[in-house]
Design a protein around this ligand. Sequence first.
Ligand code: SF4
Ligand code: SF4
Length: 420
Amino acid sequence: MPTLQQLVAPDDPMLRALRLGNHQFPGIWNHMMPREFLGLKLPDERRATCMNCPKSCYEDYRPDYRCCTYHPKVPSFLLGLASLTPSGEKVIQKLIDTSALLPEGMHHAPAQWVDYLDDLEHESFGKSQKVLCPNLEVETGYCMIHAFRNSVCSTFYCYKDHGDLGDAFWGHVQTLGSQLEMALGQWSLEAVGFDLLGYFKTFDRLARRMQDVSRPDGGWQKEALEQLWGSWAGRELELMRACASVIVEQKDNLWDIANSYQIKESKAFDKAMVKSVPKRLKDQVDPEDLDEEDAEAARPRELWLQLLKSYHKLWDLPEGYYHLNPRVVLSVNEQADASEKYYAANPFCLSFFTRKDGKTLDWRQFLTAPQKELLDLFRDEAHQLDWRFLMRDEIKKVPQLKEFLTEMLAQKVLIKRVYH
Ligand code: SF4
Ligand code: SF4
């Protein structure tokens, strides 16, 4: 069997982030996602400016980790691909050294999950002292496996241009990506001869002594790791690369493989994990972790159809008459504070208050002159967003007009006029 290095040339797009619109996804998404995904018009998500993170600049997230106060699950095949890059190799070694690597890939131990729930309980996400992703390079703030990160990391935006609709859309992308990663991760392990059934039986046994599974300082206990790795212990990198190799070899069949593969799990271990959560944190457990015994994972093709439904809602111009929400104030960008200065190229400011004539600001956004002129049209008059409106000369200057209108609708800047 050819080695991963023989299969993947240093300039292979799989080793680089895939750029779609404003976004960067893992290179493997070129092959793993349905072909049509690559042609979707994705929301820009201009508010989530990660390298000038609004959550740390204007709120209380820690500036070094920002939203990376989280332990993602990264499948082995992605880590195997990452291992062909200098920082990816470092990450794998660090995961081995900190006992955070399972045959399935990077995987938090039960105690680390409890720490995460504790952060949620204390609203410490983004501020955590204990749940910090080891893949972040603190000196630069960059993710060391950026082109190989998992679908949760790849689709997380703290603020969304399209509000709840955007939230639903990215949620569907994330679910589809996670399901594909899980199916392909497990399939690749079996394809290279790893005893996956035996692995989950080991988890079933570990479920009976949860107290021995996690280390007090985080990570998996040595003994648990030895049992889970079995004959692959000491050959972790070899396994990651072998998984990546079969994924690369089957890159044109990944969608069909994932759709026909039955994901496996240890229900006993998952149940024991939930049971091990202290009573005070039970409310933070995601209801999905309490799934019914025999609930079957949805197939990627079903998830794709759900994704498409939410995608169409993102860009739909609805019927009816729309006017400017009275909670909105349009003003000049005074360039007085840091945020106003950062958006100096946008001369106007849209402020959205919690109620009409209120003083409490909910959020704000900076506008170009044509965008402001467009919103001015809705101040005193309601308009139908039909072909006549789209043909008006004064709004033709707005770049990406439809995108801007749908964003304003989703953010409730433009609201439907109700006639009695
Ligand atoms: S997604 Fe994360 S890093 Fe990016 S702007 Fe939001 S909190 Fe900051
Ligand atoms: S894998 Fe990368 S993007 Fe994801 S939490 Fe870690 S550092 Fe952040």
